[in-house]
Design a protein around this ligand. Structure first.
Ligand SMILES: *[C@@H]1O[C@H](CO)[C@@H](O)[C@H](O)[C@H]1NC(C)=O
Ligand SMILES: *[C@@H]1O[C@H](CO)[C@@H](O)[C@H](O)[C@H]1NC(C)=O
Ligand SMILES: *[C@@H]1O[C@H](CO)[C@@H](O)[C@H](O)[C@H]1NC(C)=O
Ligand SMILES: *[C@@H]1O[C@H](CO)[C@@H](O)[C@H](O)[C@H]1NC(C)=O
Ligand SMILES: *[C@@H]1O[C@H](CO)[C@@H](O)[C@H](O)[C@H]1NC(C)=O
Ligand SMILES: *[C@@H]1O[C@H](CO)[C@@H](O)[C@H](O)[C@H]1NC(C)=O
Ligand SMILES: *[C@@H]1O[C@H](CO)[C@@H](O)[C@H](O)[C@H]1NC(C)=O
Ligand SMILES: *[C@@H]1O[C@H](CO)[C@@H](O)[C@H](O)[C@H]1NC(C)=O
Ligand SMILES: *[C@@H]1O[C@H](CO)[C@@H](O)[C@H](O)[C@H]1NC(C)=O
Ligand SMILES: *[C@@H]1O[C@H](CO)[C@@H](O)[C@H](O)[C@H]1NC(C)=O
Ligand SMILES: *[C@@H]1O[C@H](CO)[C@@H](O)[C@H](O)[C@H]1NC(C)=O
Length: 846
C-alpha cells in the first residue's frame, strides 16, 4: 500500500514536472554562469547546472565588455559559447509546438575571429542554417533594410513529437560555431492551422508537426515597431513595413486605437491587438483615381514554399462594400473581391488570412500587392492591410538556403573558400597598398610640379568626395591634372565638362558668406543663393545640406548629368566646390526665376500668351534634347514649373537633374525604378507599373502645359473635389473642347482661339493614360511651334486690321514652319494627323 502510494506520488510528481516543463520556456544565456533579467524575463546561464537541459561539450566561453549600439538584449549578448567541434544542447520537454530563437551577436574572442565562423545548426532532424556566416548575414540584412543592427535573431516554429529537443551546432571543418542566447518557448495556442490556401489553387496542407517553419518577416503595417515585451504570447518582435514598400506614395496610414477585438476567440495569440490598430490604405481618393497597387517587396530564398499571413482590421467603415480589393502574391491573384468587413464580421474585428505560394529557383523576391478590383461594382475600391508575416516552410527537412543561391554576398560561402578569400583579400590589399602608395607619390610629385603654376588656393580636396566620373580614376595623371586645371586653361575634356572647381573661399566671397538675404530658392536638397563672382558674373550657388546622404546621391547624379549635357535650354553648370565636405554646384544665374513664379502666387506681371508659348517651347526643346541627345537618352523625372527657369530674356531652361535617370537601354522599353517625382505631375502609368519611360516626362510636361494656361497649382486641396487635380479638371473641359472656360482670366482677349484649341489638344495628348498614346517630346515641340505660328499669324492679322483673309494667313504659315528637317517632318506629320483626328468630336473621347 505504502509502496503503491509512493509510486503514485512519484508518478504524479513526474507528470507535474512534465506539465511544468510544458508551460515553461527555456531562456538560455549562452556562455554565462549566472542568471540575468532582460526584457522582463529571467534568462539562465548555460554554465549554471540545471536538470532541464544539458550541453554535450563545454566549448569555449567567450565574453566581451562592450556591446555596440543601444540594444535591449545588450547584456545578454556580452557572453557567447563557442564550439570548435560538433556540440548540442539537449532539452527535455513535452511534445508540442515550440518557438525557437537563436540570438547571434558578432564579436571576436581571443583567437576566434567571428568573420571566420561558419556552421550548420540542426534542431532535431531539421536543418535550420547551413554554412552560416553571421557577420555576412548581418551585413546583408543591413544593406537591404538600411539599418545598422549588430545582432541577428533567427526564429523558427517547430512541432516536436518526442519529448526531447536537440539543438546541434556543427562547425565547418577548420572553423567554429557560436551562439549568444537561445529561447525555446512553448506555443500554447494554435498559431498555425493544418492547411492554408494555396495561391491560385486549392487548400494546401501545412505539415508543421516534425517539420518546421522559419519567420522571414513580421511587420506592423502602417505602425511603429512592436517590442517583444508588448507581444507576450511568444515574445515576437514586429518591424515597421515602410522600407519594404515599393512606393510609399501609394499608401496612407490609418489608425483607430479604440476597441479592436478578435474576430474569433481562437485568435487571441495570432497577433497583439496593437498590430490591428494601425494599417495602410491606398492614397487619398480625392486626388487620384485608385488604379494602382500598394506593393511590398521582400528578399527571400529561392526554392521554398512561403506562408504569407495577412492581418486585417477595418477600423474606419462600419458597413460592407466600402473597400473591395484584390490580393496578389508574386503577381498571381490570391483573392479577389476581398472585403475585410465581411470576412471579419464587422468593424474593429481583428482577422487574418493565410496563403501559401512557392518561390521557384532563380527567384529571390516575394511580392505582395493589394489593388483595385475592377470586377466589382462596389462603391469603394480601396485596399487595406494592417499586418504581415512571411514564413518559410521547410522542405525535405531543410530550412537552410542552398549554397549558391542568388546572392552576391559573403553569405553561404564555405569556410574554406572564405578563408582563402580572406587570404586573397590580404594579398590584394597588400599589393593594392603598394600600388596605391606608388600612385599617391606620383600624384604628389605631379601636384608639386603643378603647384608652381596653379594658384595656392587650389589645393587637393581633403574631404574625399569627388565628382562621380573621377571615382576610381585618381591614379591617372591626366585626370589628376584635369582636376586641378583652372577654368581658363585649355585643359582636358574632363576639365571642360566639369567646369571650374571653386574654392570655398571663392564661394563665400560670391555669396557674402551664404547671406540669407541672397537665398533664391530652397528644397530638400539644400539652399540656392544668388552670387557674384569676382569677375562680375552672376551665378546661382546650390549648396547641399552637409552630410545629406540623399543629397550626395542627387548631387552626384546632377553633376553626372550636367557633365554630359550642354544645351541652350538646359541650365548650365559653371562649376562646383567640394572643399571642406561641401557639396556645392554653381550654375548660370537665371534672372527671372521659376516659370511658376510668373504664373501665380506672386505679384509679378502676368506673362503674355506668346511669352508662355515661348517658355513651353524652350522647355520642350530642353527635354527633347535630353530624350534624344544623349546616347541612351535621359529621363528628367521631375518636370514641373518650378524646374523650368527663365533667364533675363525669358528664355526657358530646364533645371534640376537630381532625379534624372539614364533612359532604357536599346533592348528595353523602360527603366524599373522606385517612384519618385512630384505629386500632381506624376505619370499614373509610372505610378502603377513602376516603369519609367520618356513618356513619363511627356505626361508631366502635359500637366505643365495646363498649368501654364490655367495659372493655378496642379494640386489645390482647397478646391471642390473634382477641381483638386488640375490634370483631371483640365481634361474634363478639354474633352468638351471648352478649355477657355478655365484658363487664366488675364489672358482674356490676347490669344488666338485657334492656338489655344491646338494647345489644349497637345496637352491632352500628353497626359493620355497610356504612355504609348502620348506623343514624343519631339512631336510636342513641333506642335507647340505650330501653335506659336498660329498665334503670331493671328496677332499680325489683328494688328493689320485683317487686311488679308484667314486663308492667306494659313498659307503663309505652312510655308514657314520652323526648324523641321526632312527626316523629322514625316514623323511630325504623322503626329499631326493624330492630333487633327482627335479634334473631331469622338464618341468615346480619347
Ligand atoms: C531549469 O530548471 C530549474 C530548476 O529545476 C529552474 O530554476 C530554471 O529556471 C530552469 N531553466 C529554464 C531555462 O527553464
Ligand atoms: C562566473 O564567471 C565569472 C567570469 O567568468 C567569474 O568571475 C565568476 O566567479 C563566475 N561565477 C561563478 C558563480 O561561477
Ligand atoms: C526573475 O528572477 C527573480 C529572482 O531570481 C525574481 O524575483 C523575478 O520574479 C523573476 N522574474 C520573472 C519574470 O520570472
Ligand atoms: C543529446 O541527444 C542526442 C540525441 O538523442 C544524444 O545522442 C546525445 O548524447 C545527447 N547529449 C547529451 C549531452 O545528453
Ligand atoms: C577546440 O578548442 C580547444 C580549446 O581551445 C582545444 O583544446 C581543442 O584542441 C580544439 N579542438 C579542435 C578540434 O580544434
Ligand atoms: C569582420 O569583417 C568586417 C567587415 O568585413 C570588418 O569590419 C571587421 O573588422 C572584421 N572583424 C574582424 C575581427 O576581423
Ligand atoms: C538610411 O537611414 C538613414 C538613417 O536612418 C536615413 O537618414 C537615410 O535617408 C536612409 N537612406 C535610405 C536610402 O533610405
Ligand atoms: C475554435 O477552435 C475550436 C477547436 O479547434 C473549433 O472547434 C472552433 O470552431 C473554433 N472557433 C472558431 C470561431 O473558429
Ligand atoms: C474609431 O472607432 C470608434 C469606435 O468604432 C469610432 O467611434 C470612431 O469614429 C473611429 N475613429 C475613426 C477615426 O474612424
Ligand atoms: C497589380 O499587380 C498585379 C500583379 O502584379 C498586376 O497583374 C496588376 O495589373 C496590377 N494592377 C494595377 C492596377 O497596376
Ligand atoms: C511582379 O511584379 C513586379 C512589379 O509589378 C515586377 O517588378 C516583377 O518583375 C514581377 N515578377 C514576376 C515574376 O513577374
Amino acid at each position: 500500500m505504502k509502496l503503491s502510494g509512493l509510486l503514485l506520488l512519484l508518478l504524479v510528481s513526474v507528470f507535474l514536472r512534465l506539465g511544468q516543463a510544458q508551460v515553461k520556456s527555456f531562456l538560455v544565456d549562452c556562455g554565462s554562469n549566472s542568471s540575468i533579467s532582460v526584457d522582463g524575463r529571467n534568462w539562465t546561464g548555460d554554465s549554471v547546472p540545471a536538470d532541464n537541459f544539458t550541453l554535450s561539450s563545454p566549448g569555449v566561453l567567450a565574453s566581451t565588455a562592450a556591446i555596440s549600439g543601444d540594444q535591449l538584449y545588450g547584456n545578454l549578448y556580452k557572453t557567447a559559447r563557442i564550439f570548435n567541434a560538433s556540440s548540442s544542447y539537449n532539452f527535455s520537454l513535452v511534445s508540442g509546438t515550440y518557438c525557437i530563437r537563436l540570438h547571434f551577436y558578432a564579436f571576436s574572442f581571443e583567437n576566434f575571429n567571428v568573420n571566420e565562423s561558419a556552421f550548420d545548426v540542426m534542431a532535431n532532424s531539421l536543418k535550420l542554417v547551413s554554412k552560416f556566416d553571421v557577420p555576412g548575414e548581418i551585413y546583408w540584412k543591413n544593406m537591404r533594410s538600411n539599418s545598422t543592427d549588430t545582432s541577428l535573431v533567427k526564429e523558427y516554429f517547430l512541432g516536436i513529437s518526442s519529448n526531447k529537443l536537440q539543438i546541434e551546432f556543427i562547425p565547418d571543418s577548420g572553423s567554429f560555431a557560436f551562439v549568444n542566447a537561445m529561447e525555446v518557448i512553448p506555443v500554447l495556442h494554435k498559431l498555425f492551422t493544418d492547411s492554408a490556401n494555396k495561391v491560385g489553387g486549392l487548400k494546401s496542407s501545412l505539415p508543421l508537426m516534425d517539420h518546421g517553419i522559419e519567420t522571414m518577416y513580421r511587420l506592423n503595417v502602417g505602425g511603429p515597431k512592436i517590442k517583444s515585451i508588448e507581444d507576450q504570447s511568444v515574445w515576437r518582435r514586429w518591424e515597421s513595413d515602410e522600407r519594404f514598400m515599393f512606393s510609399l506614395n501609394t499608401a496612407n496610414t490609418i489608425s483607430n486605437t479604440s476597441t479592436v477585438t478578435y474576430a474569433s476567440a481562437n485568435d487571441t495569440s495570432i497577433a497583439p491587438l496593437l498590430v490591428y490598430e494601425t494599417g495602410r490604405t491606398m492614397i487619398d481618393n480625392d486626388v487620384l483615381e485608385k488604379r494602382f497597387n500598394m506593393s511590398w517587396k521582400f528578399d527571400v530564398d529561392p526554392n521554398f514554399d512561403y506562408l504569407v499571413r495577412l492581418h486585417f482590421c477595418e477600423v474606419i467603415y462600419d458597413k460592407p462594400n466600402m473597400r473591395i480589393f484584390r490580393i496578389y502574391i508574386n503577381n498571381k491573384t490570391a483573392a479577389e473581391n476581398y472585403d475585410v468587413f465581411v470576412k471579419a464580421g464587422g468593424k474593429n474585428k481583428a482577422y487574418h488570412e493565410d496563403y501559401v505560394d512557392a518561390v521557384s529557383q532563380q527567384i529571390d523576391t516575394l511580392w505582395l500587392q493589394l489593388g483595385p478590383d475592377s470586377s466589382t461594382s462596389a462603391s469603394g475600391t480601396d485596399a487595406l492591410l494592417n499586418g504581415l508575416e512571411i514564413f518559410k516552410l521547410s522542405h525535405n527537412g531543410n530550412l537552410a538556403h542552398a549554397p549558391g543561391r542568388i546572392d552576391t554576398g559573403r553569405g553561404g560561402l564555405p569556410a574554406t573558400k572564405q578563408k582563402s578569400k580572406v587570404l586573397w583579400a590580404a594579398i590584394v590589399a597588400g599589393v593594392g597598398s603598394v600600388i596605391a602608395i606608388m600612385i599617391l607619390s606620383a600624384i604628389f610629385m605631379c601636384h608639386c610640379i603643378r603647384k608652381k603654376k596653379t594658384p595656392p588656393e587650389e589645393k587637393s580636396n581633403p574631404s574625399g568626395w569627388l565628382p562621380p566620373f573621377l571615382h576610381g580614376t585618381m591614379g591617372s595623371t591626366s585626370k589628376a591634372q584635369a582636376l586641378k586645371s583652372s577654368p581658363n586653361s585649355k585643359g582636358s575634356m574632363a576639365a571642360n565638362r566639369m567646369g571650374r572647381r571653386f574654392t570655398i573661399a571663392e564661394i563665400r566671397a560670391a555669396t557674402k558668406n551664404f547671406d540669407e538675404a541672397l537665398i533664391i530658392g530652397s528644397g530638400g536638397f539644400g539652399k540656392v543663393y544668388k552670387g557674384e563672382l569676382e569677375e562680375g558674373n552672376l551665378v546661382a550657388v546650390k549648396r547641399a545640406h552637409p552630410q545629406s546622404e540623399q543629397g550626395l546621391k542627387e548631387f552626384e547624379t546632377e553633376i553626372e548629368m550636367l557633365s554630359k549635357l550642354r544645351h541652350r535650354h538646359l541650365v548650365s553648370m559653371i562649376g562646383y566646390c567640394d572643399e571642406q565636405n561641401e557639396m556645392i554646384l554653381v550654375y548660370e544665374y537665371m534672372a527671372n526665376g521659376t516659370l511658376r513664379s510668373h504664373l501665380f502666387g506672386s505679384d509679378l506681371p502676368p506673362l503674355t500668351w506668346k511669352q508662355r508659348l515661348d517658355a513651353c517651347i524652350g522647355a520642350a526643346r530642353g527635354l527633347h534634347y535630353l530624350h534624344t541627345g544623349a546616347e541612351r537618352g535621359i529621363i528628367h523625372r521631375d518636370v514641373k514649373t518650378t524646374n523650368i527657369l527663365l533667364d533675363e530674356n525669358f528664355v526657358a531652361k530646364m533645371a534640376d537633374f537630381g532625379l534624372s535617370k539614364d533612359g532604357p537601354a536599346l533592348d528595353h522599353t523602360h527603366v524599373s525604378t522606385a517612384v519618385k517625382g512630384s505629386f500632381g505631375y506624376l505619370d499614373p502609368e509610372y505610378f502603377r507599373r513602376q516603369q519609367l519611360t520618356q513618356k513619363s516626362d511627356v505626361y508631366s510636361f502635359g500637366v505643365v502645359l495646363f498649368e501654364v494656361v490655367c495659372a493655378r497649382p496642379v494640386i489645390n486641396p482647397s478646391l471642390p473635389r473634382d477641381q483638386i487635380n488640375l490634370a483631371e479638371w483640365a481634361v474634363h473641359w478639354q474633352r468638351q473642347q471648352s478649355i477657355e472656360t478655365i484658363i487664366d482670366p488675364r489672358l482674356e482677349g490676347n490669344y488666338s482661339p485657334e492656338s489655344l484649341k491646338k494647345f489644349g489638344d497637345i496637352a491632352e495628348k500628353c497626359i493620355a493614360d497610356e504612355g504609348k498614346n502620348r506623343p514624343t517630346m519631339g512631336e510636342v515641340l513641333w506642335h507647340l511651334e505650330y501653335v506659336l505660328q498660329l498665334h503670331e499669324a493671328y496677332m499680325r492679322s489683328t494688328d493689320a486690321n485683317s487686311y488679308s483673309g484667314s486663308q492667306m494667313r494659313f498659307a503663309d504659315m505652312s510655308l514657314s514652319l520652323p526648324g523641321i528637317t526632312e527626316g523629322e517632318e514625316e514623323a511630325s506629320l504623322e503626329a499631326e494627323n493624330i492630333v487633327e483626328n482627335s479634334v473631331e468630336p469622338k464618341a468615346d473621347g480619347c
